[in-house]
Design a protein around this ligand. Structure first.
Ligand SMILES: *Cc1c(COP(=O)(O)O)cnc(C)c1O
Length: 724
């Protein structure tokens, strides 16, 4: 079945139609456009950019839009460039070969793949159906599944407006705006029955049967199906269900969860896919196994039998380290939005609500999707070793366990997709020194034995090239950001020459939740300003979005903006507007130091630090999330990870430790050069950083762990046993 899952023909037809509208030599580009595999192939991005570099950026690196919107002169010039066309054919061929090959030694059954359900996917900047870390992690997992040949299909939602875009006004206050996504201009296709009629399913939400169609996107060999309710037969409010990611209104959110969970299970059935494992990534899709159970009840099973059989196929990953407080809902809201589920399951609401409560039977306890996720799955995990511990302690009451050790919640440490996040110059350098096939051997320690021999001068040249590319990018972005804010001309112009390709560059870019403690950077402002003064100093790049309703996080940025006219700030510090995957790729590859300052233990994993490390950046991080596992071998610096109830005192101490480390360790090591101008001590650490992150924090390692411990555990129950 998985050889030609539904939608295969629809995508092929879309590519053929596109090709028919282009100069004929560009046909391979049209075919490449409809599978995101190009996006992590060496030279893939360059290939499209070569058609029209300006257009490529202007249409957000969306290959379909590029080919439809580039002026005819660009298309014809490209069509006449034999070398370029040759490269396109050879990339197409190598991708076709790769996808046709069945990798050996794989687990999983192509007839019964793993079904992965998630509310967001960060596959590429041109597919705006992600908000942040959770989505990017999901996108990375799909790419790893493709690389490893693990049979897997993915289900999500097609948001018509995606996540919000961010801009700042002159006072430094964040404003949000939404941009309409035009699905026919995304490189996917509506799944049809027979080439004409869309395959439509119906999902009961808020008492109405909502019609849902599916778009298919190909991520290498993994089909990603996105559910879409924007159909004329639906009422306006139902068409709007999947408009924006993480809407604030609880009933609207629950409607999204019904669409993803119930709709996801029904979509799989309509597609003819019977998964061996259902992986719920976060609680949002947790209704899917209940929908499976409902089908069995309709077929004559008892609720208990049906529930157990669904649970036996379901696994669950929790990503939140905060006690269940946030995502809980009034029971009436669940009953209203998921109405009819009780009847279909042949049980009462009391039983269903109990599944979603931390303490079953306690009607005071508001139900939530994480508790439901834990109860409907045979195995559950957190996303780092420390997060596993934290999650066991949070969820102990739900399992009625006497001690945290007894809570059946393990961990699989997150990882990131190396070919997506490691910049091409680093990939090419490693291919030269570790062997062309190093990307397939990265989990083998032998592959890395040779990294010690990698000439410092070459690696340093690559690091400098990445930093100077980043500086070019920052100058342009900062100029535009400042213009958009209506800043004074002198301050705008400062951006054009700002940032120095040789200066130590520090990055801090992440979701602006208060617990991420961006405020530590400016807590002792006078001292921080000294660090950016003088020739051997720092430059600092900041970016990140605050949730629209999180005013306290917005105030933190506004405070920072107040210092923007202080000496050197205009040319050494920038807060970049509108952080997304595209910007993340620039930042993680070009920064020398990557800073993470969460309030422990609130960082479940953190993944941007892994991306930076793969490019040779050194992490300076609080000991929380993934960094606890990496710090000994990753060449960076650590701040204490203890939990402290006195937040003010903790912040004062950590802010000083951050500045101390920068001043006394980071800066001296970076500027300590030998006669060839190379910072030898720094390069030692850079090599450790690349080796450790690529070997141990890759998405392949993560997915390999899921396969071994969770999807197909050899010893029964192994995946569910807590790690001691
Ligand atoms: C990797 C990534 C994140 C997650 O970063 P954290 O370190 O986990 O905060 C968020 N947003 C984007 C765009 C990313 O690429």
């Amino acid at each position: 079945m998985l050889r030609h899952p539904p939608g295969t023909e629809d995508l092929r037809r879309a590519a053929d139609e596109l090709a028919s509208r282009l100069p004929s030599a560009l046909a391979p580009f049209a075919r490449l456009a409809f599978n995101y595999r190009w996006s992590w192939a060496l030279g893939g991005d360059e290939l499209f950019a070569a058609i029209d570099a300006h257009r490529w950026e202007a249409c957000g690196r969306n290959p379909l839009r590029l080919l439809e919107e580039a002026p005819m002169v660009s298309l014809e010039r490209a069509a006449g460039d034999r070398e370029l066309i040759g490269r396109a054919y050879s990339l197409e061929e190598s991708i076709r070969d790769e996808l046709a090959r069945t990798p050996d030694g794989n687990r999983g059954d192509p007839e019964h793949p793993v079904a992965f359900l998630c509310a967001e996917y960060g596959v590429h900047v041109s597919l705006p159906v992600y908000a942040g870390g959770l989505g990017v992690l999901a996108g990375d997992l799909l790419k790893a599944a493709s690389d490893m040949g693990l049979p897997l299909v993915a289900i999500g939602l097609l948001y018509r407006q995606g996540y919000f875009r961010q801009r700042f006004d002159e006072s430094g206050w964040q404003h949000e705006y939404w941009v309409d996504v035009d699905p026919p201009r995304l490189p996917g296709a509506i799944v049809t029955r027979d080439g004409t009629d869309p395959l439509v399913i119906h999902v009961p939400i808020r008492g109405r049967d909502v019609a849902v169609q599916m778009w298919r996107f190909d991520i290498g060999r993994v089909p990603l199906y996105l559910l879409d309710t924007d159909l004329p037969e639906n009422k306006p409010i139902d068409r709007w269900i999947a408009s924006q990611l993480y809407v604030g209104d609880p009933v609207a959110r629950l409607a999204q969860y019904a669409l993803l969970g119930v709709g996801g299970a029904r979509a799989l059935r309509a597609l003819g896919i019977e998964p061996e494992v259902l992986h719920l990534n976060e609680g949002h899709p947790a209704l899917a196994p209940l929908e499976w159970a409902a089908t069995r009840v309709e077929g004559g099973d008892s609720f208990e039998e049906a529930f157990e059989s669904a649970r036996a196929r379901t696994v669950f990953t929790t990503h939140t380290p905060v006690p269940a407080g946030n995502e809980r809902y009034p029971a009436e809201d669940l009953m209203r939005v998921f109405g009819g589920l009780d009847r279909r399951l042949g049980t009462g609401w009391a039983e269903i609500l109990d599944l979603a409560r931390i303490q079953a039977g306690n009607t005071e306890d508001a139900p939530g999707m994480t508790a439901l996720g834990l109860r409907v799955s045979r195995a559950a995990n957190g996303v780092s070793e420390r997060h596993g511990e934290v999650a066991r302690s949070i969820w102990r009451p739900a399992f009625g366990a006497g001690s945290d050790h007894e809570v059946p919640l393990a961990h699989v440490t997150n990882g990131v997709h190396v070919s997506t996040w490691m910049a091409e110059p680093v990939r090419r350098l490693l291919a030269e020194h570790l062997g062309e096939d190093w990307e397939r051997r990265k989990r083998d320690p032998d592959t890395w034995a040779k990294i010690a021999d990698l000439p410092d001068a070459e690696l340093w040249r690559v690091r400098c090239e990445l930093r100077s590319r980043l500086v070019e990018y920052i100058r342009e972005r900062a100029t535009l950001d400042r213009l958009a804010r209506g800043e004074a001309a002198d301050y705008v112009e400062l951006a054009e020459t700002a940032f120095d390709p040789d200066r130590l560059t520090m990055g801090f870019a992440r979701r602006l939740a208060t617990y991420k403690r961006l405020n530590l950077v400016s807590r002792d402002l006078q001292r921080a300003l000294k660090l950016i003064d003088g020739p051997r100093s720092l430059q600092i790049l900041l970016a990140g979005k605050a949730h629209p309703s999180d005013d306290s996080a917005k105030h933190v940025v506004q405070q920072l903006f107040k210092a923007r006219r202080a000496p050197h700030v205009g040319e050494r510090i920038a807060y970049l507007h509108d952080y997304d995957m595209g910007m993340a790729q620039w930042l993680v590859s070009g920064c020398d130091v990557w800073v993470n300052l969460p309030r422990p233990p609130l960082e479940a994993s953190g993944t941007s630090g892994m991306k930076a490390a793969m490019n040779g950046a050194l992490n300076l991080s609080v000991l929380d999330g993934w960094w606890v596992e990496a710090q000994d071998d990753c060449g960076g610096w650590s701040l204490p990870g203890d939990v402290d109830a006195d937040h003010e005192a903790q912040d004062d101490r950590d802010a000083q430790m951050l500045l101390d480390t920068l001043e006394k360790e980071v800066l001296p090591l970076f500027y300590d050069r030998d006669k060839d101008g190379i910072p030898r001590g720094w390069m030692e650490r850079v090599k450790a950083s690349i080796r450790t992150s690529a070997m141990r924090f890759s998405a392949e390692r993560m997915l390999g762990d899921y396969v071994e411990t969770t999807y197909f555990p050899r010893a029964k129950g192994k995946g569910a046993s807590p790690k001691r």
